[in-house]
Design a protein around this ligand. Sequence first.
Ligand code: 3QA
Length: 234
Amino acid sequence: MLKIAIMGAMPEEIEPLLEYFKGYRVTNYAKNKYYEIEHKGCSIVVAYSKIGKVNSTLTTTTLIERFGCNKLLFSGVAGAVNSELKIGDLVVASKLAQHDLDISAFGHPYGYVPEGSVFEEADSELIELSKEVAKEKGFELKEGVIATGDQFVCDVVRKEWIAKTFKADALEMEGASVAVTCNALGVPFFILRSISDAADMDASFSFDEFLKSSAKISADFIVSMVERIIDNFK
Ligand code: 3QA
C-alpha cells in the first residue's frame, strides 16, 4: 500500500497543500500535528516539522515509523548559492550534505562522520518523475546539491565557503537530516525547494517578502507530482 508523506518545515510551507487536499484528520504527536488525508483512495500524511535538523529528523522518523509512510516528499523554500538561481526558481536535490557537521580536527572532510557519508543521495526514480512532470507542465527545474545546517545563512563569506566546500546550489535547514533518516530507514525521498533569498546580507528581508509566494510555487509542483505518483500506482 502506498502511503505518501509530504513534509515542510514551516506552517507556510504546508498551508497550500492543506488547502489543496481539503479534508483531513489531525493527530497530535510528539508536540506536533500530523494531517491525515485520503485522496483518490490513497493515504497522505502532511506535516511541518518546525525549523532545523533535529525537528525535521523527529518528524521524518514519526512519518515513517508511526504513520507507516513509504515515500516522502519535502516542499519548501531555500537560499540560493548558485547565482543562476533567482527568486521562485525550483531546485530538486540530487544529493544533500550537512554544512555545519565538522570533525575536521581529526582530518575528516566537512560534513562527514565515521560510518556516514558527506552526501546523501535522493531517490533517482522520484527525480526522473519530477522531470517528466516539469516537462509536461512547462516548469523549469534545476537539479543540484543542497547544503543543510542549523543556521539561517545571511552572509556572503559563509555562503561562498559552503559553495566551494560542497559544490552546493542551494542551502536550507532540514533537507540533509530528512535524507539521512529516509536513507537509513529505506524510504525513497524527494526534496524540492523554491528560492526565497540569496543567503546574503539582504536574506532576512527577501525571505520575509518571498516566503509565501515561493512556498506556493514549491507546493504546487509537489501536488502535481503526488497526483502523478497516485495515477502511476493504479
Ligand atoms: C529559516 C527557514 C528554515 O526552515 C530553513 C527557511 C530559506 N533561506 C534560507 C537561508 N538560510 C538557511 N535556510 C534558508 N528555510 C527561516 S527562519 C525565519 C523564521 O521566522 C529555508 C531557507 N538563507 C519565523 C517568524 O519569526
